[in-house]
Write a protein that binds this ligand. Sequence first.
Ligand SMILES: C[S@@+](CC[C@H](N)C(=O)[O-])C[C@H]1O[C@@H](n2cnc3c(N)ncnc32)[C@H](O)[C@@H]1O
Length: 437
Amino acid sequence: MSQPPPPPPYAASSAQQQQGLSTSPSSHHPPHNPHHHPQGLSLPPAPPVNDMMDDMRLFLRTITAFRNYDVQARTSLIVREQNFKRLPARHQQLLAAANVSLNEIFSNYHNGVTCNQQFLTAMCDAGAELFEGYWPDVDPSTIPQDEPSPMDVDKVFSTLRQFMRDWSAEGAQERSVAYGPILHALTTSLFPNRATRNAVRVLVPGAGLCRLSVELALLGFTCQANEFSYHMLIAGHYAQNHLSEQHQHRLYPYVDNTCNMFHRADQFFPVDVPDVCVMDAVDELNANGMHFGDLSMVAGDFTEVYRKPEHRGAWNVVASSFFLDTAHNILEYLEVIMGALAPGGYLVNVGPLLYHFADSLSSALSPETPGSASVDGVQSIELSLDELLGAAKALGYIIHTPPQILETSYTGNNRSMKQMMYRVAFFVLQKPYDETR
Ligand SMILES: C[S@@+](CC[C@H](N)C(=O)[O-])C[C@H]1O[C@@H](n2cnc3c(N)ncnc32)[C@H](O)[C@@H]1O
């Protein structure tokens, strides 16, 4: 399994950026409409123009990384093809005798990359509307073009696999382990009455491509997704607003994975997205006399957005999947969640403790003076599960459902010889009704 990379650097001002994307439960309208802000949600005062320009540059750099996917992918392809072509004639004959057709392999490889690029280009074209009216009024062609960083490029490749996880039939197994227990807890023990669920406000931090938040709104909850990565915001926006029919796109998320294959066909395994078209699902609900909840999206750093006074006590549930370990300081996440929850509210979590910033420890070790370390690097606080739950109790949380351990991959390729499994923890914490407890 490719482990989720740490989030990309994000300009500090972006934390204040709050783009309200509202829902429309009416027939065949995108459930998110970026031009229509949900009731009661307003954009905060715009940050200084220079900060917004930095944000805009980062956004444009992300778009460039998506649009240049094929250049990157074909660079590896060409090297691989040349390596085969440099084989001595006798080895080429061996492969031909084994019915290995290099022409076929590399033609399929090229086609897979082309298909992926068509999808990503459509996504970028749609992404232009995402922050329309928010950016400073400047001609984008006058803005200096930044080269995407290696991490920007990596995230493009992992975004394709995130589509597999969130929006394809292939990802159903992962979703059933990660999202299944959250949906089950919310709809059975916690809020079994569908008719009153639109009064239940659920926040999904680190929402990725937003399948969990969409599922929650389909079940009638009022749901808000939060993300701070432009890769995810652009891709999540496309998934919700522009995938207007089932199996609209065919992707090849493993086309660049040439190791650990049992069969060559595994490299070219196609994935059709979406397995469920949100607009069709909303139509179906309406036809059955049920209502889509409410769905909104907020762009920005979780701690900066949700520690604001307007979020104090505003949420009945925080539903986190593979999110808590993205913290520099997980205790701060617990505090912010405690503040944002209404009395009696729940933190419903599934995830590992693969602390995203743990690797930054190496940058703090001083190469000049072996044995010494600097504390000026990126902070990463790594607690075990029992330490985390102990700290949660000390903070005032009640352990409503003790941890259950579940096995799952994350954007895994289940056809590969290499399988990476997490043993993730599902647990539910509750904020007491009486905060003095
Ligand atoms: C491992 S992914 C999980 C995505 C999704 N919840 C899932 O289960 O597939 C973690 C997500 O959290 C987002 N994220 C990390 N730190 C964040 C922060 N401080 N504020 C908002 N989003 C954050 C990342 O961009 C990434 O999309």
